[in-house]
Write a protein that binds this ligand. Sequence first.
Ligand code: NAI
Length: 355
Amino acid sequence: MRRIQKCATLSFNGKKNGHHGVPATLIPGDGVGPEVIGAAVTVIAASGVRIEWDEQLAGASALKRTGSPVPPALLTSLKRTRIALKGPLETRVGEGYRSINVHLRKTFNLFANLRPTHSFEGVNTRFTGVDLIVVRENTEDLYAGIEHQVTPGVVESIKIITARASTRIARFAFEFARINQRKSVTAIHKANIMKLSDGLFLKCARRMATAYKDIEYNEQIVDAACMRLVTDPASFDVLLLENLYGDIVSDLCAGLVGGLGMVPGANYGDRGAIFEAVHGTAPDIAGKNIANPVAAILSSALLVEYLGHLKAATQIRTAVNDVLRAGRIRTPDLGGKSTTDEVTGAVVKAIKRSA
Ligand code: NAI
């Protein structure tokens, strides 16, 4: 698997690694969150990277215990550490409080969501050689949550696209592509219909492309892009998307490489980052010790890389690849019979072997 180097513009230059390690907020989250985040913490410790975790509640578990899904202690911790490893948080469909994920991304201005999606040797899917980077704008679009009822039976939901956020995310995608020697950036849009909003997003991407002549720039309408992703995923490299398309297309991409248990993610801002898997709380398998911890473990590799521990990040990724390639130990979503703990134990062993 190609190494995901941190973006030069996003390096973590906050705190020095002292005796107890770098302070970071740990959010186990809801559903399978505590199981897979526990796995990620164990793996980071095995890699030798020292982190002083400040564990905080968020989401449904926080609501139950503290009366708020975003307790003040969580925000205080994030303001202090500016870095977090986070499990998924429950958001009810069509009712209840607004998404805490969206709230955190907006509050801490974590404008860039990066989701590297690669095929794994030994994981059988219909596709081989998938190597995609989803770059999703994280702060606006329909996720601004501006909705209201005009009159009973008629509601309005407002899509916000700004030149500022579109330019910022386009710069991130091109910069990432350059630093990581990727060949192309494809902006994915629906500007044939949303001529003003998606049109503005495209204008900003095009303008940015002129400053990165070494990177090929393409555009594709989102529906056609989905079709091409499942017929010829190798024809894409870095995908640049608005918030909603990015959310949907990244789950589609996860399906190309074995499912939601496989894809890590990072939310980057200028002054901090939150690392989390693409998947949700997986309520159907929560508490059974069968959730696939790979996505959370690979998210932890992005975190240690962000902290500058490039060797540890490579060690973690290599260990995951080795375990999957060997094929004996894998969770049920990949056709295996192993538990979350067994996969974690195998990854830890592989790290220790390589040390
Ligand atoms: P989901 O990702 O939780 O589950 C979809 C399917 O994928 C389920 O069959 C589940 O068992 C499977 N799956 C997910 N992660 C897995 C893993 N690690 N190992 C094995 N199988 C796995 O998506 P769903 O059901 O749409 O959402 C459930 C809840 O999660 C909702 O409340 C939603 O809002 C929340 N959510 C939270 C996210 C976050 O906090 N970043 C992201 C996506 C959803």
